[in-house]
Design a protein. Structure first.
Length: 262
């Protein structure tokens, strides 16, 4: 079935893989594509298909090429819409490629799949960010070692690129996470208003996520609690509701959190 308007042919998909059945370094280098491992069962399921579906959405692709890799030949490719039910319950080996070649899902064997693509594709396919998704896979690989003994080796092949900070003092000041902490100290010391803190802190949080910065407990819990505080704070006084935090209450709450953390 031929659908959609994106160009893409079966032979184009051969450029995605190398002779060993892995993603081609040449293909990965175009658009600075990144690789992320994900858990998988014995066949494609809704979770895995959502990776390609959301990746297509954010990368502007409306066609998925479905290929069964085979050595030395250009295998036939089905052309399906990203949300087609025919993408579910397919066994490995399997390659799903966006017709614009922005991203792909390689399902080489039961237990895991590799998702690779441009930043636009991965914004949908790996929304938690490359490092966070790699860290999550590593945890799963350890937990599932008995069932899938080869997963830990796969996880080691794709380590997080950044260290996950554990304590405030470990965070470099020139990072977005460092900016979040600096703003917390500023509001605690009265150097900024509650509204200035809220706007700046939420912007720094977004930038931290976009840049793939990673934190872990107890710092992760600290930042989550500040985010929860801001959910109960109105930046615009006109929209303040009963029960929302006042500037003083926000300042006191952030100060208390900092004292416990530092």
């Amino acid at each position: 079935m031929v659908v959609g308007s994106n160009e893409g042919r079966a032979r184009d998909t051969m450029a995605v893989l190398d002779g060993q059945g892995s993603f081609s370094e040449k293909w990965l280098s175009v658009g600075e594509k990144k690789n992320v491992p994900f858990t998988a069962g014995s066949r494609t399921d809704g979770s895995l298909v959502r990776r390609i579906t959301e990746g297509c959405r954010t990368a502007g692709a409306d066609v998925v090429l479905v290929v069964r890799p085979s050595a030395g030949t250009a295998p036939p490719a089905d052309r399906l819409p990203p949300a087609d039910p025919g993408l579910v319950a397919l066994p490995p080996p399997l390659l799903l490629v966006t017709a614009n070649l922005e991203g792909a899902v390689l399902f080489p064997e039961p237990g895991y799949a590799l998702v690779a693509g441009t930043s636009a594709f991965l914004a949908g396919a790996a929304p938690a960010g490359v490092d966070q998704e790699r860290a999550l896979f590593a945890r799963y690989a350890r937990a599932a070692a008995r069932k899938w003994p080869g997963l830990e080796a796969t996880a080691r092949s794709f380590p997080p690129r950044r260290v996950a900070w554990k304590h405030p003092e470990a965070v470099p000041t020139d990072t977005s996470t460092g900016r979040q902490l600096a703003l917390m100290r500023d509001v605690a010391a009265g150097r900024c208003t509650g509204a200035e803190f809220a706007v700046g802190w939420l912007d720094a949080r977004r930038r931290s996520q976009q840049q793939g910065e990673r934190v872990r407990d107890p710092l992760e819990t600290l930042l989550d609690r500040v985010f929860s505080l801001l959910e109960d704070y109105s930046i615009d006084p006109l929209f303040k509701e009963p029960g929302d935090l006042s500037d003083d209450e926000l300042q006191n709450a952030v100060t208390e959190l900092l004292l416990k953390a530092e």
